[in-house]
Ligand binder design. Structure first.
Ligand code: UDX
Length: 466
């Protein structure tokens, strides 16, 4: 089939490449000329496993192309997939400007019967409006219908999530639209759930918000675990054996980030409010997440008198491993607070530093400063304390003794529960994490004096005076 895809972000580009991979003829459209040039040269503007390989393969085999010329791309397409962004407005509602712009271009361009498929996450009822809008502005007298086909890809595994999706949701209002989408997805050999359009739109929000809720629930329980002396890791493990609960998305930490959960929870809460309904469960998830993101910073504030003059190692900047995306990453909540309070930050991230530098250029910033380093050891070298914000493989692979060896004082705040509490204690590290008993003893508690001149120096001084 001849497919056009509007938008070459995570949703559009991955969908386009995967459609080409299963044999469709695909044209991806974007308004950004640089992006189109980059794509044509086989380079992906986003960091995503396996994407570039498939881009090049399908481009070389002539099944995918990229263009700014939307008229040409849409003119005689059998189906046009819309995968442009629906960013969050300050009030939490979804901004549909990009969807409207594409709908207008489609209305002006199509010359034959066409199915328009909305992949972007949109508030319930938007597909109805898009269909009306296209029909209102239609230049040629052709049949056009809109279908909803939300995606469930996670960043870092987007290609696999698309080619091996747990399910394909198609929301249609006619048999013609349903059959068209069935045909497009036939070569994927995946389970297809065909529902009405509004249900499809809701499935997307309800699924994402459920996962956000699941994480926030575990974070809430983790905070309680600390107070009552239970261990969230053990609790999660015990819960996971109940197949009704499942084993995934039970990891407590410093909150969910990324482009979907924060946006989709707020959008659904806003939508409910518009209908005079308070979506209390989702609101609770949003509230827990907001506080969770800075929970370690607050713990550190209580523990230390000041960050002024302290070297702070930050390991991990992106919202999760496997992506260079910083959207809603906990690092963005914590770094400004640390800088405001005079910390000299040495930050390491295997792929996220270039993006982070654009927001926080290297050098002095407020009362503190930020320096970017290539290796985690460089960040840890002579550091007074360390925050772990992302569980990248290169960070999780650091053995406990590395912190002891490199840091001036081995004080570690781990937002991703990477380490075993007892192993960290054995290695002589004062270790704070989420939802676990802080099993360090007074012996491991770092004193203010040690923070100032370093643990090893204190030991050496003691030896000399003895
Ligand atoms: C998510 C959904 O998984 C995907 O189906 C949807 O289409 C888009 O949103 P994504 O945002 O890419 O995908 O990442 P995901 O792996 O789901 O993680 C989201 C956030 O939750 C990350 O910040 C992650 O660190 C956090 N998380 C995840 C936890 O804190 N604990 C967990 O157990 C799982």
């Amino acid at each position: 089939m001849k497919i056009a895809v509007a938008g070459t972000g995570y949703v559009g580009l991955v969908a386009g490449v995967c459609f080409a991979e299963v044999g469709h003829m695909v044209t991806c459209v974007d308004v950004d000329e640089n992006k189109i040039q980059l794509l044509k040269s086989g380079v992906s503007p986003i960091y995503e496993a396996d994407l570039e390989r498939l881009m090049r393969k399908n481009y070389d085999e002539g099944r995918i192309d990229y263009t700014m010329d939307y008229r040409e791309a849409y003119r005689n397409a059998d189906a046009i997939f819309i995968g442009v962004g629906t960013p969050e407005r300050p009030d939490g509602s979804a901004n549909l400007t990009y969807i409207a712009a594409v709908a207008r271009q489609i209305a002006e361009s199509i010359e034959k019967e066409c199915l328009v498929v909305v992949k972007s996450t949109v508030p319930i009822g938007t597909n109805d409006k898009v269909e009306q809008f296209i029909n209102d502005f239609l230049v040629n007298d052709v049949h056009v219908e809109v279908a909803s086909n939300p995606e469930f890809l996670a960043q870092g595994s987007a290609v696999r999530d698309t080619l091996q999706a747990a399910r394909i949701i198609i929301g249609t209002e006619s048999d013609w639209a349903k059959e068209m989408l069935m045909k497009i997805y036939e070569p994927f050999h995946l389970p297809i759930v065909a529902v009405k359009r509004r249900s499809a739109e809701m499935i997307k929000y309800a699924s994402n918000d459920f996962l956000a809720l699941k994480i926030s629930y575990m974070n809430d329980i983790a905070n309680l675990c600390e107070l009552v002396g239970a261990d969230i890791g053990e609790v999660a493990q015990g819960m996971s054996f109940d197949s009704r609960i499942g084993s995934r998305f039970l990891n407590a930490g410093i909150g969910y980030g990324g482009s979907c959960f924060p946006k989709d929870t707020k959008a659904l809460e806003y939508l409910a409010k518009q209908h005079g309904y308070e979506l209390r469960t989702v609101k609770a998830a949003i509230d827990v997440n907001k506080e969770q993101k800075v929970i370690l910073y607050k713990k550190a504030c209580k523990r230390l008198i000041t960050f002024h003059g302290l070297k702070v190692a930050v390991l991990g900047l992106t919202f999760k491993p496997g992506t260079d995306d910083l959207r809603e990453a906990p690092s963005l909540d914590n770094i400004p607070l640390l800088l405001e309070n005079g910390a000299d930050i040495f930050a390491y991230d295997p792929v996220g530093t270039d993006n982070f530098k654009k927001l926080y250029p290297e050098g002095r910033n407020g009362r503190g400063s930020i320096t970017y380093v290539e290796r985690p050891e460089e960040a840890l070298e002579n550091a007074n304390l360390c925050f772990i914000f992302t569980e990248w493989g290169s960070i999780a692979a650091l053995k406990p003794y590395i912190y002891q060896k490199f840091m001036k004082t081995p004080l570690v705040y781990d937002g991703r529960n990477i380490y075993d509490v007892n192993e960290m204690r054995k290695a002589g590290i004062e270790y704070h994490s989420i939802g676990r008993r802080q099993s360090f003893t007074p012996k491991y508690m770092i004193t203010q004096e040690e923070l100032r001149i370093g643990r090893k120096n204190i030991r050496n001084q003691n030896k000399i005076s003895n």
